[in-house]
Design a binder for this molecule. Structure first.
Ligand SMILES: [Zn+2]
Length: 276
């Protein structure tokens, strides 16, 4: 298992993060990088978010370029209005294009999408929060979840797998999961309230979740570990969980980072689609 950046569009120099554990014959996936788009500062340049003040025409062009380089049709993509909640929506053919060109038209108040519809790209947007991609090769179904700290502590990744079980008959032991680039334990200092919520939600896992890299500083949280733990708890095999282990703040030359970029920045996209 490994995560690497691959140049998928040599003309525009667009790179995409790729997990080697996801079978390419079943699904297409990617985590977008920052270069190769048309957006201007502070969204420069491949901003895929329609809700951060960028010119919608620039975002549409960026989405078109990135999806096309993955072999997907950006006019078909389905994307939600992410609200750091735990709502999970199953989408199908009739949802194709929702949120593709207009944020108002996106799937309302939803932080995870699942589908068994081939050729329907699911897109979620991130700048430091954790993307979780899910693939059930046995039932040919996919999912994607938004794991900020709120979604992570509410176990949205695990709940998305359980929803796939309800909807598609997915067995957790068949699921391939990928934990994408996000703010790492190196850079993610949290206050006592967040620390307390994670202690309550994941008792006995303090060593995996918390660290104190600066002698004088506060507690750092690993969203990567919290997402891995909740997937393992419901039966996803450790050997099926691929982790990018890539910090968006440390690597903000490659990825948009809310913290490292000072709050106003673009959004990277995580995309997954079943092959037609
Ligand atoms: Zn870092």
């Amino acid at each position: 298992m490994s995560f690497s950046l691959i140049e998928i569009d040599p003309v525009h120099r667009i790179y995409s993060g790729h997990f080697s554990s996801f079978p390419e014959d079943i699904a297409v996936h990617g985590v977008s990088c920052r270069r190769g788009g048309v957006s201007k500062s502070p969204w420069d340049s491949l901003d895929l978010g329609l809700h951060v003040g960028d010119d919608p025409a620039d975002v549409a062009e960026n989405r078109r370029r990135y999806l096309a380089a993955l072999g997907l049709d950006a006019s078909q993509l389905v994307t939600p209005e992410q609200v750091h909640g735990e709502a999970i929506q199953r989408v199908g053919r009739s949802d194709a294009g929702r949120g593709a060109l207009s944020y108002a038209d996106s799937i309302a108040k939803t932080d995870a999408l699942i589908t068994d519809e081939p050729g329907l790209p699911l897109l979620l947007c991130f700048a430091d929060c954790t993307p979780i991609l899910l693939l059930d090769p046995a039932h040919r179904a996919v999912g994607i979840a938004h794991g900020g700290w709120k979604g992570t502590v509410r176990r949205i990744a695990a709940k998305t797998v359980l929803r796939m079980q309800q909807e598609f008959g997915t067995r957790p032991e068949d699921v391939l999961a990928a934990i994408g680039p996000s703010i790492g334990p190196c850079c993610y200092e949290v206050g006592p309230e967040v620390e307390h919520q994670f202690q309550e939600a994941f008792p006995g896992h303090e060593a995996a979740l918390f660290s104190h890299p600066d002698a004088a500083g506060g507690t750092h949280l690993s969203l990567w570990a919290a997402n891995r733990l909740q997937l393992e708890e419901i039966g996803v095999l450790r050997g099926h969980i691929d982790e990018a282990r890539t910090c968006t703040a440390c690597h903000h030359e490659d990825f948009f980072s809310y913290r490292a970029d000072g709050g106003q920045t673009g959004r990277l996209g995580a995309v997954i689609a079943l092959r037609s």
